[in-house]
Ligand binder design. Structure first.
Ligand code: CA
Length: 239
């Protein structure tokens, strides 16, 4: 039995042979059970055949748009998808996230960054976090969805319903990027498409309120801005 057997199964979709074999080498060394595809058609075949735990997907493929691969997988399953995006693929990256991809890394990226993104994506694939009562915690911050309450270190924070919902969506995706489009849809609804300023204003208010209530400063920088894309809750780990 190879030492990698039993690790998370990953499908690496990348047409550049050199990049692909480097990724496969790194991931196998990190304990992943690897599978590979050089184009979109093979990717969908391999995915259908093996149902990997996570897909690492290059957007620029020779035979079809990587976005189509995202949509095809999402029609059938919630398999976590992490996008490999080129520096000039900003729009495609956001589109992929809007179509249900979980996260992205921009080339060139570090191995540590890639591994961290994959870990978070796979953990999400294992099911939503939060306990039976619907409490989600990140460090001293606790959001109680059932009671509609947020507290830091046990002290309640007074949020408007929109701010509460924003924080809930971000915490549910903790560690992963959430696009402005997805936040708008989740918190305001389809009718507000394109009103990115709503998100900006409410995230600013949310940050102010959290900072004011956080006596220890441990939550500084909790909500990270991903320029041109959206926001991400810094992963403080399970509590
Ligand atoms: Ca490519």
């Amino acid at each position: 039995m190879s030492p990698a057997a039993g690790g998370p199964r990953i499908l690496v979709v990348e047409d550049d042979a050199e990049t692909r074999s480097a990724l496969l080498r790194e991931l196998a060394a990190g304990g992943y059970e690897v599978d590979e595809a050089p184009d979109g058609r093979t990717a969908l075949e391999r995915w259908a055949l093996r149902r990997p735990d996570v897909v690492l997907l290059d957007l620029g493929l020779p035979d079809m748009d990587g976005l189509r691969v995202v949509s095809a997988i999402r029609r059938e399953a919630a398999t976590p998808i992490v996008i490999l995006s080129g520096r000039y693929e900003e729009r495609e990256k956001v589109e992929a996230l809007d179509r249900g991809a979980d996260d992205y890394v921009t080339k060139p990226f570090g191995v540590d960054e890639l591994r961290a993104r994959l870990r978070v994506a796979i953990r999400r694939g294992a099911g939503p976090r939060g306990d039976a009562e619907g409490r989600i915690a990140s460090g001293p911050l606790v959001l109680d969805a059932g009671r509609h309450e947020v507290a830091i270190g046990g002290r309640p924070v007074d949020l408007t319903p929109r701010e509460f919902e924003l924080l809930r969506v971000l915490l549910t995706h903790r560690g992963r990027v959430v696009t402005k489009g997805r936040l708008l849809r989740a918190v305001w609804g389809e009718a507000y498409r394109g009103e990115d300023s709503y998100v900006y204003v409410h995230v600013s208010q949310l940050r102010r309120k959290l900072a004011a209530a956080d006596a220890t400063g441990v939550l500084d920088g909790l909500i990270v801005t991903e320029p041109g894309v959206g926001y991400r809750i810094r992963d403080l780990g399970d509590t």
